[in-house]
Write a new protein. Structure first.
Length: 370
């Protein structure tokens, strides 16, 4: 409202006004009713609420440089190597990066802590609370290391430390930070089928499985580009080296011994990679179709020969027993007669039997036996 060139401005208790004349900052207007002489409408007053602690204004640097906020606000002018943590009314509010920041202190309790960011790693007990605040994504990189893992922290390509399970934060824009998460639990690596020729020129396809764990995480990630792929490659080479020196029959008969030899060789070759091989086993041995048919025929022939041998042994034993019985009966006529009577008794039990005694004296001898 204008009266004779004067303009009336009302600033409420929870407000402040930034007064500009001809785009030049003049002063901060306090609460109340003010009459400002402005006949040519060259005065601009930007009214801001102090309920919102953040002072966001395009001319903030000019207002700060004029010293108008000394008793009204907290001013933070952060250098390249500085960051700030801000609490409002006892609650964490935001992470501030480099630059000029200002917060009203007349309506709320504002507290700020300036942090030296020349050390990229940021450690605090209340890190999880800070990580949820405003400005975290713009100023902090937060890495989470799970249980059973370790985090390898590199700064500008140089290893710094191994990080345990939990959250870890690093300032952005200070250095090149890299955190590699490495699984320390037991893991399984399937060695897919590969064709290998045995010493007797039989081509086999083998599937194996290796159980391993990382014992030296730094060595595992710095010795080779991918330690899992390196383990897979070494397992394939070991399989070729061991299987190629054995004939098929020896391989099939000594599968456990072959697995132990493979395991020992692989342990030696992967120790330099920071890995420990817990177990290496041959899961499948796949032979060509014609070789499989031939092996089935050989097995069938072996089983048939074993069956024939067992039958012959039983027949020989039976004949030997019959020969022994015949000798006993030959040397003992009475026993022979008893044997004859047993046979007659068995025959008589199943049919009508008529016995004709033709020789004189035979009946007397039979009666004597009876």
């Amino acid at each position: 409202m204008y009266v004779f060139g004067f303009r009336k401005i009302k600033i409420r208790e929870f407000e402040r006004g930034f007064m500009f004349r001809d785009k030049v900052f003049v002063r901060v207007l306090m609460p109340g009713e003010l009459w400002i002489f402005d006949p040519f409408a060259k005065v601009r007053v930007d009214v801001m609420s102090v309920r919102d602690p953040w002072i966001r204004h395009a001319d903030l640097d000019v207002i700060v440089r004029a010293g108008a906020l000394k008793e009204q606000a907290l001013v933070l002018d952060l250098k390249d190597t500085q960051r700030a943590l801000v609490w409002v009314d006892g609650r964490f509010e935001a992470v501030l990066g480099r630059g000029l920041h200002a917060l009203w202190t007349v309506f709320r309790e504002v507290k700020a802590e300036i942090v030296d960011a020349r050390e990229p790693r940021f450690t605090r007990d209340d890190l999880l609370v800070i990580a949820r605040g405003a400005g975290t994504n713009e100023n902090l990189d937060v890495y989470t290391v799970e249980n059973g893992f370790t985090g390898l922290y590199f700064r500008d390509g140089v290893f710094q430390a191994a990080l345990g399970a939990g959250a870890h934060a690093f300032w952005k824009g200070v250095a090149k930070i890299k955190v590699i998460s490495v699984d320390l639990r037991e893991q399984v690596c399937d060695i897919a089928g590969q064709e290998i020729m045995t010493a007797d020129k039989v081509t086999l396809r083998l599937n194996a499985v290796a159980t391993y764990r990382v014992t030296d995480a730094l060595k595992a990630v710095t010795t080779v580009d991918d330690y899992r792929q390196a383990l897979y490659r070494e397992a394939q080479l070991v399989l070729r080296a061991v299987i190629g020196t054995r004939e098929l029959d020896a391989l099939l008969a000594e599968k456990d011994a072959v697995a132990r030899e493979l395991e020992n060789l692989l342990r030696t070759r992967t120790a330099v990679l920071g890995l420990e091989v817990v177990l290496l086993g041959i899961r499948d041995v796949i032979m060509p179709g014609d070789m499989k048919d031939l092996m089935n025929k050989v097995t069938e022939a072996k089983k048939a020969a074993e069956a024939t041998l067992i039958t012959r042994r039983e027949e020989t034993a039976a004949m030997r027993m019959q020969a022994n019985t015949a000798k006993i009966l030959e040397n003992n006529p009475t026993l022979m007669k008893l044997r004859e009577l047993e046979v007659l008794e068995k025959v008589a039990a199943k049919s009508n039997l008529k016995v004709v005694l033709g020789e004189k004296g035979l009946a007397d001898r039979v009666m004597k036996l009876l």
